[in-house]
Design a protein around this ligand. Structure first.
Ligand code: ADP
Ligand code: VHF
Length: 360
């Protein structure tokens, strides 16, 4: 059967993989592995981003004394990740599919070089028919060095690997147009660009999840803007992955319509690099206007009102409009001192070139 996608990233949330008591749901894992194996055999390249390390480690160790949240996460994930990958290894082996483990950190996306190293690693895995299984390296990612959650990580991976679709599997059928607990609300089937969803999303999240629906929605929108279809669906439903690909119209989920404007690889990296921003470039009203137009424009010194923070050439900065709202992210062409000196001057080189500018 002809499929819409030939390369997909699949993110499986903690809740899909754990039972109510926090133990690893091996039956569910096995069902998902069977589906991934079926798609893999039909020619779809798959990158799996799997949560579940902390949840699966929790039932294995029983600390003598009370641990703080960081210690708990480090201890449980160290034990749980080994258990998780071991399970995947055994389950995929039944289908004669080799898998490889990729543990990453937010910092590993900070420089273009690290980014490309990771991309190369996963590309070579796919070329050799190995399914990459990605998770955050929770043992060394602490507080500000952490991803918001694995939804954020999955967005980065889908974008970096030029996936055609990102499928986020959670314990819910999609984004509801009200409280999911309210019988009157239903799943929004399709979300177009620019639709404001903030009224629908509740702050609640499932018992083992980290970010909740809000991060899922923000990530989904960003990734869809880069031309990648994003699907949020229920990983606990039988055959969900195969159904999503083979019977997309009949399968319940929320689908973010992708933008059809191509985004370059560098811009995709910049789009997800906001967390590494070293400073801010504030622009005036006129520059804000042109930036929001359809034109391809760079940030020139003439449109800059002030510069905040200290940065080096090639660092990531936030672009702020005349009202102080963030409108984009870019890679600077000079350091903060040179940018400062050039403010308001005509005929100078761009501080952020269009090729390295991502407007949100
Ligand atoms: N409008 C909404 N539609 C669907 N789910 C929502 C909505 N608002 C809040 N949620 C909550 O988001 C949860 C899913 O996010 P999360 O707990 O992070 O899951 P995961 O562990 O799969 O990443 C749902 O179980 C639900 O409780
Ligand atoms: N890296 C963590 C994932 C935590 C997380 O983001 O969970 P989720 O919100 O379920 O995707 C783990 O493996 O336990």
């Amino acid at each position: 059967m002809k499929q819409e996608f030939t390369r997909i990233a699949v993110k499986v949330g903690s809740n899909v993989l754990t039972r109510r008591d926090g133990t690893l749901d091996v039956t569910r894992m096995s069902a998902l592995v069977d589906q991934i194996a079926e798609l893999h055999k039909s020619g779809v390249e798959i990158i799996l981003i799997s949560s579940g390390a902390v949840a699966s480690g929790r039932s294995e160790v029983h600390p003598q004394k009370k641990l703080d949240s960081v210690d708990q996460r480090q201890l449980f994930s160290a034990v749980g990740q080994a258990k998780l990958i071991n399970r995947y290894y055994e389950l995929f082996r039944e289908h004669s599919i080799p898998v490889g483990q990729v543990l990453t950190t937010k910092e590993s996306f900070g420089t273009r070089r690290h980014y490309l190293n990771q991309k190369n690693c996963m590309t070579v895995m796919l070329e050799n028919n190995v399914i990459p299984i990605v998770n955050e390296n929770d043992t060394i990612s602490v507080s500000e060095l952490m991803f918001t959650d694995n939804d954020e990580l999955s967005g980065l991976i889908a974008s970096m690997m030029d996936a055609q679709a990102l499928i986020i599997l959670s314990n819910i059928d999609g984004i509801y147009n009200g409280s999911p607990a309210d019988p009157g609300s239903s799943v929004i089937r399709e979300i177009d660009h620019g639709k404001d969803l903030s009224n629908y999303i509740q702050a609640t999240k499932s018992s083992f999840g980290r970010g909740g629906m809000l991060t899922k929605t923000n990530i989904a929108r960003k990734v869809a803007d880069e031309g990648i279809t994003v699907i949020i669906a229920n990983g606990k439903r039988d055959n969900i992955l195969v159904d999503l690909l083979q019977h997309p119209k009949e399968t319940l989920c929320t689908r973010f319509v992708p933008s059809n404007e191509p985004v370059s690889s560098v811009k995709k990296w910049i789009a997800h690099s906001e967390g590494f921003a070293k400073g801010e470039i504030h622009i005036n009203e006129c520059a804000t206007e042109v930036l929001n137009s359809e034109k391809a424009v760079s940030i020139l010194p003439i449109g800059i009102t002030h510069v905040e923070g200290e940065f080096e050439k090639d660092d990531i900065v936030r672009i702020m409009d005349f009202q102080g709202n963030q409108v984009g992210v870019g890679k600077v062409n000079c350091d903060s001192k040179q940018a400062q000196e050039a403010i308001g001057k005509h005929g100078k080189k761009p501080v952020v070139h269009y090729d390295y500018l991502y407007i949100e």
